[in-house]
Design a protein around this ligand. Structure first.
Ligand code: AMP
Ligand code: GLY
Length: 425
């Protein structure tokens, strides 16, 4: 079967690498891809958001399954466009992708489905939001823009002054544009975060191993938020009992509620959770694989991913054998451009990739890279996701950082403490 993957980040490289290993995969294309996907698959110079051109490509090249990486094309309806033409595609419809694209929709659905989450209020009139903050006691609170804002539309505030600043940023400075036309103000939760992802066809849920992301830029979870500076899987914080609980109290009721809302959900349902003293609570849902969580997850998945995604698209997940996992944990360390998550320069030649590739049980997934005259150069903020397996999490970490040390370009940096939380008593 010919396959097409949409996107150009580390997640998409991991998807292409894994899907290309399927005995049933013939040609594997990535649109638009990066320098890494050009090695493990073939790149197609079509933007991930250009639905008409993607549909045309899929038809002309007998693509049997398209897999969508990022949220933006999902929220824009790429799945609907493919299905309208009778093409098979893995991912939620535009209506189902609202679960990530609108925090108001998500919070309202969670409340109706009785899924544990932070208390909240939504505001369409900024004056009411202002009055609410002024009348409320001065305590920690979180201000969120309703729409997609590249992970930046959430501001966690220590108290009222910060919350008023956040509101000002969204309403008066319009920092997130129309994404902040509606605002959610919610209770601040405390605890450690975990990501629990599941593949679902809208009826059956296949829960994946739990993972943990590292969103803040610097060691010890300090500095500004990023798309994710590293991840590991499994997350010992979520043991089997908790995973089972999350499946029953978060994933299943959400999928049922989506079905009842006439927005059946097919794709990856990603629950971002806070493990609070009162139990796990949902911080957000994403409607796709996480980046970088996807990289360690797929390093560990032994089952043919094409079989899983195919079964999901055909509504036959109930017939699939249980997933098989490599028992060894995996750690992914993201190497980034100097200045990220703020401004950064591009075009630096990346050296040492050959040496890194020789490190055992390790795979260098590309994110912001491209090929220029035969050289791999930086082309984004998050540049590489170096992912390694190890007999235990410490060994996996060591192995990943051994490969990191081989790689260099001017200004390259990474967090040094990825997976340390998994090793704390
Ligand atoms: P979200 O995009 O909703 O996951 O928010 C991004 C990040 O903001 C999360 O990973 C959390 O670190 C933080 N966050 C979101 N909501 C809350 C909350 N209610 N309490 C504390 N932190 C939160
Ligand atoms: N790693 C967080 C995300 O993919 O949204």
């Amino acid at each position: 079967m010919n396959l097409l993957i949409l996107g150009s980040g580390g997640r998409e490289h991991a998807l292409a690498w894994k899907l290309a290993q399927s005995p049933r995969a013939e040609r594997v294309w990535v649109a638009p891809g990066n320098a890494g996907t050009a090695q493990d698959a073939e790149n197609v110079p079509i933007a991930e958001g250009d639905a008409p051109a993607l549909v045309k490509f899929a038809k002309e090249n007998a693509v049997g399954l398209t897999v969508v990486g990022p949220e933006a094309p999902l929220a824009a309806g790429v799945v609907d466009a493919f299905q309208h033409e009778g093409l098979r595609i893995f991912g939620p419809s535009r209506a189902a992708a609202e679960l990530e694209a609108s925090k108001v929709f998500c919070k309202d659905l969670l409340r109706k489905a009785d899924v544990p989450s932070a208390d909240y209020q939504t505001f369409t009139d900024p004056r009411r939001a202002l009055a609410f903050l002024q009348q409320r006691e001065d305590a920690p609170i979180v201000v969120k823009a309703d729409g997609l804002a590249a992970g930046k539309g959430v501001i966690v505030c220590a108290g009222r002054d910060e919350a008023l600043d956040a509101l000002n940023l969204m309403v008066n400075q319009r920092a997130f544009g129309d994404a902040a036309n509606r605002i959610v103000i919610e209770e601040r939760l405390h605890g450690q975060e975990a990501s629990v992802l599941a593949v679902t066809d809208g009826k059956t849920i296949l829960t994946l191993q739990p993972a943990q992301d590292h969103k803040p830029a610097h060691d010890g979870d300090t500095g500004p938020n990023t798309g994710g500076m590293g991840a590991y899987c499994p997350a010992p914080l979520v043991d089997d009992e908790k995973l089972h609980w999350i499946e029953g109290h978060v994933l299943v009721p959400t999928i049922h509620a989506m079905y009842r809302a006439r927005r059946p959900f097919c794709g990856v349902l990603y629950a971002g959770l806070m493990m609070t003293h009162q139990g796990p609570k949902v911080l957000e849902f994403n409607v796709r694989f996480g980046d970088p969580e996807c990289q360690p997850l797929l390093m560990r998945l032994k089952t043919d991913l094409l079989d899983v995604l195919d079964a999901a698209v055909d509504g036959k997940l109930d017939q699939l054998a249980p997933l098989e996992w490599d028992p060894r944990p995996a750690v992914c360390v993201v190497m980034a451009s100097e200045g990220y998550p703020g401004g950064y320069t591009k075009g630096h030649v990346i050296r040492g990739l050959g040496d890194a590739a020789k490190v055992a049980d390790c795979k260098v997934f590309h994110a912001g890279t491209k090929l220029v005259e035969g050289a791999v150069v930086t082309a984004g903020g998050r540049v590489l996701g170096i992912t390694a397996l190890g007999d235990n999490i410490a060994r996996a970490k060591l192995q990943a950082y051994t490969a990191v040390k081989c790689i260099r370009w001017p200004g390259a940096w990474c967090r040094k403490d990825i997976a340390d939380k998994a090793m704390m008593p």
